[in-house]
Write a protein that binds this ligand. Structure first.
Ligand SMILES: [Zn+2]
Length: 420
């Protein structure tokens, strides 16, 4: 049996007045997801366990079949793995965003989607100016997404650094930023580092050029999502499967590497509406000639929702359906012995421009998966199905482990009885 997971990041949403009471998934034309729905099982599952933040790290861990309550150690450590950075035992990786503060408020958590080249120049200067005064190393990444590896010191122990309460900058758009600086024992070194970054960035030539062009400058770093080196049981041992991951996003590639999966790099994968969908699908389907499992991650529904743009989110969902789900489903149908799961990793709400927890819709089809009578893949259809997988990671566990997922059959006969 072959297995595909098609992940539309942050696809799930609420009914919106501007869409006449429909959600973006309901408003989008999704004939391929609906074809999966009519042939398979539509239901709800909870990728974000109670008490954990509704981030892509936690959600994607569930969708790879790992219990986030055990596997989750902060997204930055996973991103570090994906960049080939080895974390020593006394080191903690922080996600380091380049952000735009204006009058002390978080104007843009992406510094205007600053280019990778500009970001790298700023990060190099930060390392040069601050590297001697703090026990840290900066690593530049893609666009506004970078890493700061902080070593435990007399100012902050390893446990203190890990335990700091850090706010994701995309959660505080438009708000006064400094009240959300990391909180907890050992916070002062991190505060000092962030404040010093503002002096270094203030008059940087990259920022002067951006201001001259009318682009938002990167005025500060923002540290969050920290963690120690992750430890996850490899897929081959956990599920007896080999597999591959296709994503534009370091976080998802990192989870794949931690899981012992092959990470396929597609040059035109951007994480935005202009991503190379055909290239990603070709890489994924090619991988299935040698692997059992492939995970295709599409970021655009999440990014468009962070912008609060229902029209763009609908476009992203329609692109996902047409360019990804369509060809993958056709491949699976021709192959015959292949299960396909499509799902988001969390809600990304147009109304708040941020993530939210709670049960999201999935659709699963293929051998041994009964049709449960839903004609469409939507939040409402999933809720109406009466199927709820409370421990979200068990959805993938069942899909990958069971010849026949008996919990599906059982729940199918017993609608309304949630799976625990
Ligand atoms: Zn996500």
């Amino acid at each position: 049996m072959k297995y595909m997971i098609l992940l539309g990041d942050g696809m799930a949403d609420e009914p919106l007045v501007e869409l006449e009471g429909r959600t973006p998934i309901e408003a989008a034309r999704t004939p391929n997801l609906d074809r999966m729905a009519s042939r398979g099982t539509v239901g709800q599952f909870c990728p974000i366990p109670d008490g954990l933040p509704p981030g892509s790290d936690v959600g994607n861990l569930s969708l790879f079949g790992y219990d986030p309550r055990r596997a989750f150690r902060g997204r930055a450590a996973i991103e570090a793995v994906s960049q080939g950075i080895h974390l020593a035992d006394d080191e903690v990786a922080f996600r380091c965003n380049l952000v735009t503060l204006e009058d002390g408020k978080m104007r843009d958590f992406t510094a205007g989607h600053i280019s990778t080249g500009e970001g790298a120049a700023l990060i190099a200067t930060l390392q040069e100016k601050l590297g001697a005064d703090f026990p840290l190393v900066f690593h530049s990444g893609v666009s506004y997404r970078h890493l700061t590896i902080v070593r435990a010191s007399a100012s902050a122990s390893l446990d203190q650094l890990v335990a700091l309460q850090c706010e994701p900058p995309h959660n505080i758009t438009g708000q006064e930023a400094d009240p959300y600086l990391p909180r907890g024992k050992g916070e002062s070194i991190v505060h000092e580092l962030i404040r010093r970054s503002r002096d270094v960035l203030a008059d940087h030539p990259v920022n002067r050029a951006r201001i001259a062009k009318g682009d938002p400058p990167a005025t500060s770093i923002w540290l969050w999502g920290q963690g120690k080196a992750p430890s996850m049981e490899p897929y081959e041992r956990k599920f007896g499967l080999t597999g591959a991951v296709v994503s534009a996003v370091d976080l998802v590639k990192g989870i794949g590497l931690c899981a012992g999966l092959e990470v396929l790099n597609v040059p035109g994968a951007t994480g935005w509406l202009d991503t190379d969908y055909a290239g990603k699908v070709a890489a994924a389907l090619g991988a299935l000639s040698t692997h059992d499992f492939v995970y295709v991650h599409i970021e655009a529904p999440d990014e468009t929702a962070h912008q609060g743009r229902a029209d763009l989110k609908i476009q992203a969902i329609e692109d996902f359906d047409r360019e990804v789900v369509g060809p993958c489903l056709t491949w699976a149908e021709n192959h015959g012995d292949c299960r396909v799961l499509a799902a988001p990793d969390h809600f990304t709400l147009i109304s708040t421009k941020t993530h939210a927890g709670g049960p999201v819709p999935f659709v699963l089809c293929g051998p041994g998966v009964p049709a449960n009578g839903q004609a469409a893949y939507t939040e409402r259809a999933a809720q109406a199905s009466g199927i709820l997988v409370s421990d979200g990671y068990r959805l993938v566990e069942s899909m990958l482990r069971d010849a026949t997922p008996d919990w599906l059959a059982r729940n199918h006969d017993n609608a309304g009885d949630p799976i625990r």
